[in-house]
Design a protein around this ligand. Structure first.
Ligand code: ADP
Length: 391
């Protein structure tokens, strides 16, 4: 097993984002965690360059994996996807998106006046509640959380659908291991695909993956509106929406136009310090969408060998911030190989190991999310979010 210094010496061979310097001397590498052949660290990159710099992350994993005694390497890249840079292009079905009418109201519409209840926006027939999962920036595990939260809501007895609104880089098809093209059921209405008993709709089903395409804000909204309203969702208790990362105009307009029962903010411990999660919270507050709470993802590292818990990324920030901000704290998801590997393989841990420790974490988060939705329903639209006191 190498030492931390040996790992850093290898990482110093990886050039920085502009091929100048190296990632270690540029100060981009976090604390390195070593345990029984596993090496875990994160690399900080400029917010808008995450996608472009994925090879850098892979290069970092590769150099470290070559060290003797290293069995697994987990390098996390925390950064923002730049809207428009993703490899998507509308296929014929998605081409219709451009002809969908523009959003019902722009900025400064009824919601911006302050007290417009979410229920006043046109709902989706048959869908009981729509929940957004959002993050201030990309790479924090928003899609992984959406997927496992949806499965956990289902495990808790609800009928669940997932709408992948992260159209710059749709990952829901991979997470649910579903592919193919949604068939029309009548006219423009499409039948959603299904993964693990959950109805799923994603731009990933409608676009050619390889071809780049610039999605402009208004088109993003039209595409999402189409996926929301022109899909045969059937009877659902809850539709979970994987929002595009970030808090730009497209997200704001969407938050304003979709009749959301509430929003869940996913954050890593570091992001709170960087106030990205706060931006996410404020965005929903601006349009009076209730905040269901914050999930701290990659919160701590649970050592699979010694069973010990290691707070390598300064875990705990979310709970404190949530309390300060008056938003419920929904739970902590550990940084774990199993979560990453199962997500990336399309076999999410909540469904493949339903009685395991990770599934238990997601089910508890799902329980709290649903309790908040129901409480909001009972109380009507809240003016100010309440703090959930942990026992
Ligand atoms: P986002 O939707 O915020 O861009 P993703 O859900 O795509 O983020 O996650 C980014 C990467 O981090 C993926 O490779 C995913 O498997 C991994 N990941 C997410 N959450 C965890 C976790 N709790 N432990 C380990 N890896 C995780």
């Amino acid at each position: 097993m190498p030492t931390r210094e040996e790992v850093l010496a290898e990482l110093a061979k990886v050039k920085g984002p502009d091929l100048e310097g190296d990632i270690v001397s540029l100060g981009l590498v976090s604390d390195v965690f070593l345990s029984e052949g596993r090496v875990i660290f994160s690399i900080t990159v400029p917010a808008e360059r995450a996608q472009e710099l994925e090879p850098l992350r892979q290069a970092a994993e590769k150099v470290v994996s070559k060290l003797p005694g290293v069995k697994k390497v987990l390098a996390a890249l925390t950064s923002e996807r730049k809207p428009g840079s993703a490899p998507v292009r509308p296929a014929p079905a998605a081409g219709d998106a451009a002809s969908v009418p523009p959003p019902m109201q722009g900025r400064g519409g009824a919601a911006a006046k302050g007290k417009e209840p979410a229920a006043a926006k046109p709902g989706v027939p048959g869908v009981g509640a729509i929940i957004a999962v959002a993050s201030g920036k990309g790479g924090v595990g928003k899609s992984t959380t959406t997927c496992n939260l949806a499965l956990a809501l289902q495990a808790n007895g609800l009928r669940v659908g997932v709408l992948d609104a992260d159209i710059y880089g749709p990952s829901i098809p991979r997470l649910f291991r579903v592919s193919g093209r949604p068939e029309p059921v009548s006219g423009r209405i499409l039948k959603p695909l299904e993964g693990y008993g959950i109805k799923v709709m994603s731009m990933g089903f409608l676009v050619e993956e390889e071809t780049p395409m610039i999605w402009r804000g208004p088109m993003v909204i039209s595409a999402i509106t189409q996926m929301l309203r022109e899909v045969a969702w059937g009877e659902l208790d809850v539709l979970v929406v994987d929002m595009p990362p970030g808090t730009g105009d497209a997200q704001l307009t969407m938050a304003q136009n979709v009749p959301l029962a509430g929003a869940v903010i996913v954050s890593t411990p570091q992001d709170l310090a960087l106030i990205d999660a706060r931006k996410g919270l404020n965005m929903f507050r601006r349009v009076d969408v209730p905040l269901l709470g914050i999930v701290e993802n990659m919160s701590y590292f649970l050592c699979p060998d010694c069973g010990g818990r290691h707070d390598i990324f300064g875990h705990g920030g979310a709970r404190e911030e949530a309390e300060k901000l008056g938003v419920p704290f929904l739970g902590e998801v550990p940084l774990d190989m199993a979560i990453r590997e199962t997500s990336d393989a399309g076999t999410p841990v909540t469904v493949t190991d339903p009685d395991g420790a990770h599934a238990a974490v997601y089910k508890e988060i799902a329980r709290r999310v649903w309790a908040e939705v129901e409480r909001n329903r009972a109380e009507g639209q809240r003016d100010a979010p309440k703090i959930v006191l942990e026992s």
